[in-house]
Design a protein around this ligand. Sequence first.
Ligand code: GDP
Ligand code: MG
Length: 180
Amino acid sequence: PSKLKERKIAIMGYRSVGKSSLSIQFVEGQFVDSYDPTIENTFVKTTKVSNQEYELKLVDTAGQDEYSILPTHYDIHGYVLVYSIASPKSFEIIQIIYDKLLDMTGNVHLPIVLVGNKKDLHMDRVVTQEEGRKLADSWKAVFLEASAKQNEVTSKKCVADIFHTMLMEIEKANNPVPNP
Ligand code: GDP
Ligand code: MG
C-alpha cells in the first residue's frame, strides 16, 4: 500500500458562510449550531480517496472581513472558497478573496474548489447555481453546492465530496497531464 500523504487545505470565505460548520461536519460528522466565529482552528482527519490514504489538515480561517481573511500559512496545498447561496455579500467577497489569493501566491493554477453553502435554505436563495458555476469556470476551479446542515440532501454526502474533490484537484496539480 502507498504511504500516507499529508495535505493541508485552507477554508476561506466571508464570515458566517459556514466554514466551521463544513469543517466540523466533515471531521466529526455533526452539525453544530453555534461555533465561536473568531476561532481559527486546524482540524485533522485521515481519509481515503481512490485507494490513497491522506492525513488532511483543515485550516478553518476566521477572518471577520475581506481584509483579514488570508491565512498566514505558507504550506497550503489547496483552497476551499466558500460563500452562502443566501448571502449576496458573501458571493461578492469570494471574488475579492480569490484575487488576493492569486496576488499573494502568484500562482494561477492553485487547486481551488468553490462551494455555495447552505443549499438547504431554498426560500432564501439569492445566488443561483448558474452564477456559482460561471464564477468557478472563470477561475478554472471546481464548483459544488453543499449544506453543512443537511449533509445528505440526496443520498450522496455533499460535505465529504468537497474535501475528496479538493484532494483529487491537488493530485492533478501535482501530476499535470502533459500537453499533446
Ligand atoms: P463561519 O463564520 O463561516 O465559520 O460560519 P459558521 O460555520 O460559524 O456558521 C454560521 C451560521 O450559519 C451558524 O449559525 C451555522 O449554524 C449556520 N450554517 C452553517 N452552515 C449552514 C448550512 O449549510 N445551512 C444552514 N441552514 N445554516 C448553516
Ligand atoms: Mg468559523
